[in-house]
Design a protein around this ligand. Structure first.
Ligand SMILES: Cc1cc2nc3c(=O)[nH]c(=O)nc-3n(C[C@H](O)[C@H](O)[C@H](O)COP(=O)(O)OP(=O)(O)OC[C@H]3O[C@@H](n4cnc5c(N)ncnc54)[C@H](O)[C@@H]3O)c2cc1C
Length: 477
């Protein structure tokens, strides 16, 4: 397989003194998929990961599952999930705000991705039980993203991909839309590395409060960052300064409602609250502001952080009653419990009279229906603004449970534009040797909204495309 000598992890420091065919910037899923693919094509590959080894893997180490197209079920997905259904789900989740050509490409290239992942060490857990669509569409990693990434790093090292940890890229040297070299620091020492091609897979800029504030204003100070503190967007900014074409709404990106008591960074999946569809959500004025039952949760959870971010002080409160407490995963922080709505209001710091009014109006608007937590059921409200269109049941069975919510930003979707070969653009001209994969180009496909498991699809598919193209360029030049 390897036609050129490779470099092991332990040799990485010596290795930075020489040139490479492909430089990969980043150390998450997209970077590893690109690095392994380029290396498998025979290219010599160096990966620069900003974090220390123990925190390697960016946001990817927090991920639980990947969504990919497949014709039949197997031990880790319950049935077929074809291209058309996948595309329909994506169009529904994004409200059609996606580059349909590249979305189709991404979905097609994800066909049987699970087999490719398994061949590089991924172990999936047995398929989820039940009729949930997620069990059919998404494969879950045994041990989570961290185990997946550990397997990938081991596979990459075995192939001869060189990795330097604690290596923060600070500058890029370009000439006429062509990558020449990168400047990076390790423990304060500056290094320069040349390569024939570069794949930028350095994530979004969600962990950079100044950049977030530039787009969100003072609201940004109330955001909690769910993932890695190392995705701070400096490589993206360097690319922008060099004139690389950008894409995506400055304020878009998956942002979920997390428990307000979660840590400011790196809280991971456990602080997400999935009970929202089964109760009501109110703002600081104790008023509802959005349809909690709009769609199945995997198609909507990525929207709720943004909705909370639009409310006063970026604060909201989820309320359920004892009928619904067992319907979603137990929360890491215990819910606030009360025997009446007025007591709940006191405990959450809301106006009791207002909250009672909101709950009474909601309860009065609930229509009879057949409750089904796993499907778009017939339980809805009538004559209420905003409506609750599914899973609407009166909040009438104490004890009541409440959670304070904050926007939990997952990743930003303002990034670089790419074509079907994952090449970045200068104006309308595609770069011959500069590629991007993962969160940094996700805005191409996620103009709005989010679809569970699609972050890993984008990184895997475009990582492999970028690795293939960069490897091929590196081999020929
Ligand atoms: C809590 C949480 C749960 C999630 N769950 C899922 C899920 O179940 N399924 C799913 O599909 N998606 C999930 N996601 C989203 C998913 O993790 C991301 O979309 C995906 O991992 C992005 O991969 P990436 O390689 O582009 O970025 P990352 O994995 O974030 O990698 C970026 C890398 O770039 C490095 N880097 C940054 N700046 C520099 C620099 N200057 N120099 C060198 N390196 C740099 C970082 O250290 C990091 O290693 C989740 C995200 C979070 C936060």
């Amino acid at each position: 397989m390897a036609k050129k000598p490779g470099y092991t992890l332990t040799q990485a420091y010596e290795a930075v003194s020489r040139d490479y065919d492909v430089l990969v910037i980043g150390g998450g899923n997209a970077a590893l998929c690109a690095a392994m693919t380029a290396r498998e094509s025979g290219a010599s590959v160096l990966m620069l990961e900003k974090s220390p080894a123990e925190f390697r893997g960016g946001n990817s180490r927090h991920a639980r599952s990947v969504r990919y197209a497949h014709a039949t079920g197997n031990d880790h997905v319950t049935g077929s999930y074809g291209e058309n259904e996948f595309l329909e789900d994506l169009l529904r989740a994004t409200g059609g705000e996606t580059n349909e050509e590249l979305a189709r490409l991404c979905i097609r290239e994800s066909m049987n991705l699970g087999d490719w992942m398994k061949a590089r060490g991924c172990v999936f857990q047995p398929a989820l039980h039940g009729a949930r669509q997620l069990a059919r569409a998404n494969a879950f990693f045994l041990g989570g993203g961290k185990a997946l990434l550990n397997s990938y790093y081991a596979a990459a090292e075995h192939m001869g991909v060189a990795v330097v940890y604690g290596a923060a890229v600070q500058d890029l040297v370009l000439e006429d839309g062509r990558f020449k070299s990168a400047v990076f620091t390790v423990k304060g020492h500056e290094h320069k590395i040349s390569a024939r091609a570069v794949v930028v897979a350095s994530g979004g800029f969600q962990a950079n409060p100044d950049l977030l504030a530039a787009y969100w204003g003072k609201a940004a100070k109330n955001f909690l960052v769910r993932g890695t503190p190392y995705d701070t967007g400096e490589v993206f900014q360097i690319l922008v300064n060099h004139g690389v074409k950008t894409i995506g709404d400055l304020r878009q990106g998956p942002c979920v409602a997390v428990d307000a008591r979660a840590p400011a960074m790196d809280g991971g999946i456990v602080s997400r609250l999935d009970c929202l569809p089964f109760g009501i959500v109110v703002n600081k004025r104790a008023r509802r502001f959005y349809d909690e039952g709009e769609d199945l949760w995997p198609l909507r959870f990525g929207l709720w952080g943004r909705l909370v971010a639009m409310e006063d002080d970026q604060a909201a409160y989820a309320l359920i009653d004892s009928k619904s407490i067992a319907l979603s995963m137990p929360s890491v922080f215990p819910p606030i419990q009360a025997d009446s709505i007025a007591e709940m209001a006191e405990k959450l710091g809301l106006d009791p009279a207002e909250l009672q009014k909101t709950v009474a109006a909601f309860n009065a608007a609930v229509q009879e229906g057949t409750f089904d937590p796993a499907a778009l059921d017939s339980c809805r409200t009538q004559g209420l603004e905003p409506a609750k269109t599914h899973w609407a049941r009166p909040l009438d069975t104490p004890p009541f449970y409440g959670y304070p919510l904050r926007p939990g930003i997952t990743f930003t979707c303002h990034g670089v534009a790419v074509n079907a070969e994952a090449r970045m653009f200068f104006g309308e001209k595609a770069s011959p040797n500069m590629f991007a994969a993962g969160e940094i180009m996700a805005g191409t496909l996620l103009g709005k909204g989010y679809l569970a498991g699609f972050g890993m699809t984008i990184g895997s598919v475009f990582g492999r495309i970028a690795g293939r193209e960069a490897g091929s360029y590196g081999n020929q030049h």
